[in-house]
Design a protein around this ligand. Structure first.
Ligand code: HEC
Ligand code: HEC
Length: 197
């Protein structure tokens, strides 16, 4: 009799314990950043934003200061005569001069600006809807965006950003490239959900 009583208490206790675990597991699942949250952190890193500006000039460095030498985007993002991007930026980083480089180095078009105003990144929802809008993203569907993020040389550059002229290394985005591609793939598999605006 007393044995059975203990048993009952024991199984009630373990049930209670299970319920606790479940509640805490659910709570922690909720506090995990979503795929899009993690993507947003990469897209808003200075390595990406400095080319995805809303202005007629690029930005430089982690403090995102206006590009020196009065560099301007020009009609197609390649600069203006006398200060073309390619006059300084090659297809690879120039370690001796501290000038970053990548194949076809130029500014993203204004339609692909990821800033809500000069120097300030779009909110998470703004950027998510912009990125998926074929009228602004170069007529890309989700798979084309995944392809771009996987193989585009100017995207890859962000993870091999080289060093500043003073030799100080530039910081890559906040997760490795393969992890970024994987989380982007998972987001695309869910049909690219965006946060509420
Ligand atoms: C050197 C400048 C430069 C850098 C750095 C750069 N981009 Fe871009 N990006 C461009 C240009 C130019 C285009 C337009 C390409 C086209 O449509 O053919 C573009 C377009 C894109 C697009 C297409 C859709 C859209 O809405 O913008 C994506 C996605 C993208 N870039 C992702 C990234 C990510 C992620 C990073 C950082 C890890 C990054 N880019 C860094 C220049 C850059
Ligand atoms: C007169 C030479 C020169 C010209 C022209 C030039 N750049 Fe630069 N650019 C540099 C140098 C040097 C740096 C490195 C600055 C540093 O790290 O302190 C740089 C850095 C950058 C960066 C910063 C990368 C980062 O994340 O910190 C971007 C973006 C950039 N340039 C884009 C452009 C674009 C786009 C053009 C053409 C519209 C252009 N540049 C034209 C010399 C030039």
């Amino acid at each position: 009799m007393s044995r059975g009583g203990h048993m009952r208490i024991g199984s009630k206790t373990s049930l209670l314990f299970l319920a606790c675990c479940l509640v805490s597991a659910l709570a922690s699942a909720q506090s995990q950043p979503s795929e899009w949250d993690r993507i947003y952190r990469v897209l808003t890193s200075p390595r990406c934003l400095n080319c995805h500006t809303s202005t007629d000039y690029p930005r430089q460095g982690d403090d995102r200061h206006v590009h020196k030498f009065g560099v301007l985007r020009g009609q197609d993002g390649n600069g203006v005569p006398g200060a073309m991007c390619a006059a300084c930026h090659g297809a690879i980083n120039n370690a001796a001069a501290g000038i970053p480089g990548g194949k076809g180095w130029h500014l993203a078009p204004l339609s692909m600006s990821w800033e809500q105003r000069p120097g300030v990144a779009m909110t998470s929802a703004q950027l998510c809807f912009m990125l998926k809008d074929p009228a602004r993203n170069g007529k890309r569907d989700l798979n084309a965006l995944l392809e771009h993020n996987s193989h585009e040389p100017l995207v890859n550059w962000a993870w091999q950003p080289g060093a500043h002229p003073n030799g100080e290394p530039r910081q890559p985005p906040p997760m490795p490239h393969d992890a970024f591609v994987e989380v982007f793939r998972q987001w695309v598999a869910k049909d690219g959900p965006c946060p509420a605006q």
